[in-house]
Design a protein around this ligand. Structure first.
Ligand code: FES
Ligand code: FES
Length: 163
């Protein structure tokens, strides 16, 4: 995405996946555009671009947000985490492992958003009920219909404990 100069361009500073990041961008640019276009973090998916599908879910200060309808400038000084940031030392996050073990994806396009929503839930509640797990991914649509296995994977990750 080309940099835009002009009166509405602003400087922002935030933390992305544990690293300091800065950007000079139009004030109306979304967090998703910043992540994918400026920072090259394409693991976060763009689907509806309208807050309807959840494919673009990332964590801002541990809370899941739709990055397509979150302004980048609103994240000034905040801690943003994407799917690229949750594995540690070359090892998958337990939620990612559970998705593989439970066959919780088909095309995989919704998967980063689903995983981030579950990571957020397990940080706030280590042992959620199945109903709470279902509600955590309510805002993440899966056109392939992998919902049953997504919830199974989330519950499995909760049982084994997350890092
Ligand atoms: S791409 Fe953000 S909610 Fe669909
Ligand atoms: S696995 Fe294809 S949209 Fe969810």
């Amino acid at each position: 995405m080309p940099p835009v100069r002009g009166p509405n361009a602003v400087d922002i500073a935030l933390t992305v996946n544990g690293h300091a990041a800065t950007a000079h961008l139009p004030s109306q640019r979304s967090l998703l555009e910043l992540l994918r276009g400026e920072l090259g973090l394409t693991g976060t998916k763009l689907v509806c671009n309208a807050g309807n599908c959840g494919a673009c879910t990332v964590l801002v200060d541990d809370r899941p947000v739709y990055s397509c309808i979150t302004l980048a400038v609103a994240c000034e000084g905040k801690r943003v985490e994407t799917i690229e940031g949750i594995s540690k030392d070359g090892e998958l996050h337990p939620v990612q492992e559970a998705f593989i073990d439970h066959d919780a994806y088909q095309c995989g396009f919704c998967t980063p958003g689903q995983v981030m929503s579950i990571v957020a839930l397990l940080r706030s509640k280590a042992k959620p009920t199945e109903d709470e797990m279902r509600r955590a991914v309510t805002g993440n649509l899966c056109r392939c219909g992998a919902y049953v296995n997504i919830v199974k994977a989330g519950m499995s990750a909760a049982r084994r404990g997350t890092k």
